[in-house]
Design a protein around this ligand. Structure first.
Ligand code: CUA
Length: 320
């Protein structure tokens, strides 16, 4: 190759690499880093991006150079020269990608193995995924239950994840890892939050009509705040909400609001029928809540008797 050609190729490569690197570096692509496990995940991400930018620059510069240099001239009707391949180049373009893929695979395996190790004694939280809601249970803390995931900062938590119906997947972008929830098996995920805050918790496996609504929050508290939250849950609410033992409207919003519209409760779910003009027999409503059917899950095992009764009362009214 002539010296001029090499200078042209290297110049194009440098420009392409500089532009791509600037876009990769200066745009804030990744969400806030809020767990120890995210650090390793980000390392793998950026190593992979660096490899991609390097080879993109080479491929783009050769392509641009070839398109300009070897383009068809107006009066050129001749065929291209016959080419019979080049064993040396073929060995190079097989070996180099193989090495890159092995580097990414080994690095990922190391990071994933490290991320599976809790720091110290982890808190256990059982995560149950079902169409279309998350439920979190703290089995070592008196079976405390919550629909948001509360976690203490700077302590590892072992999430023990299962699914009731179909595949779902647990994801908090700021924590950096996803884990599938699979019916019939139990999967685990270690999370060690490094920052207090309120993060999105997203189902990231297409699981049915309500998939996009299958979201809740991961709330990371300081350790004293977390201990206080647990104590409050263990003792139950200090004062029962007005109107009886169970907060019927709160139960409706949390349990049914994702799928059903009801003006009185301020919910706007569109998965199930609107309940604005409900004229039903209370026995039918109760049966539907307990057993589900017609696309609706059964709630018998998730709600207390008092909650089911309160929901039926709330929906059908006292005169029923
Ligand atoms: Cu559950 Cu998507």
């Amino acid at each position: 190759m002539r010296r001029g050609a090499i200078v042209a190729l290297v110049s194009i490569a440098l420009v392409v690499a500089a532009v791509t690197t600037a876009i990769a570096y200066f745009v804030d692509w990744l969400p806030e880093q809020a767990s120890e496990e995210r650090q390793g995940i980000d390392l793998v991400f950026w190593v992979t991006v660096a490899i991609c930018i390097f080879f993109f620059a080479i491929v783009a510069s050769v392509s641009i150079y070839a398109a300009v240099k070897f383009r068809v001239r107006p009066d050129d009707e001749s065929d291209g020269a016959p080419i019979h391949g080049h064993t040396g180049i073929e060995i190079v373009w097989t070996l180099v990608p193989t090495i890159c893929v092995v580097v990414i695979a080994v690095l990922s395996a190391i990071v994933l193995a490290q991320n599976d190790k809790p720091k110290g004694d982890p808190l256990r939280v059982d995560v149950l995924a079902q169409q279309f809601a998350w439920q979190f249970t703290y089995p070592e803390e008196g079976e405390v239950r919550a629909t948001n995931l509360y976690l203490p900062v700077d302590r590892s938590t072992r999430l023990v994840i299962s699914a009731r119906d179909v595949l779902h997947s647990f994801w908090v972008p700021e924590f950096g890892q996803k884990q599938d929830a699979v019916p019939g098996i139990v999967t685990t995920l270690i999370v060690t939050p490094t920052k207090t805050g309120d993060y999105r918790l997203i189902c990231t496996e297409l699981c049915g009509q309500g998939h996009a609504l299958m979201r809740t929050r991961a709330i990371v508290l300081s350790q004293p705040e977390f201990a206080r939250w647990l104590r409050e849950q263990q003792q139950g609410p200090a004062e029962p909400p007005p109107g009886g033992e169970v907060d019927a409207q709160g139960t409706f919003v949390q349990t049914c609001g994702g799928c059903h519209e009801l003006e009185q409760a301020g919910t706007s779910g569109q998965i199930g029928p609107s309940l604005n003009e409900l004229a039903l027999d209370p026995a039918d409503v109760e049966e539907q809540i307990r057993k589900g059917g017609g696309g609706m899950p059964a709630f018998e095992n998730d709600l207390s008797e008092a909650q089911i009764e309160a929901l039926v009362q709330y929906l059908v009214g006292d005169d029923a």
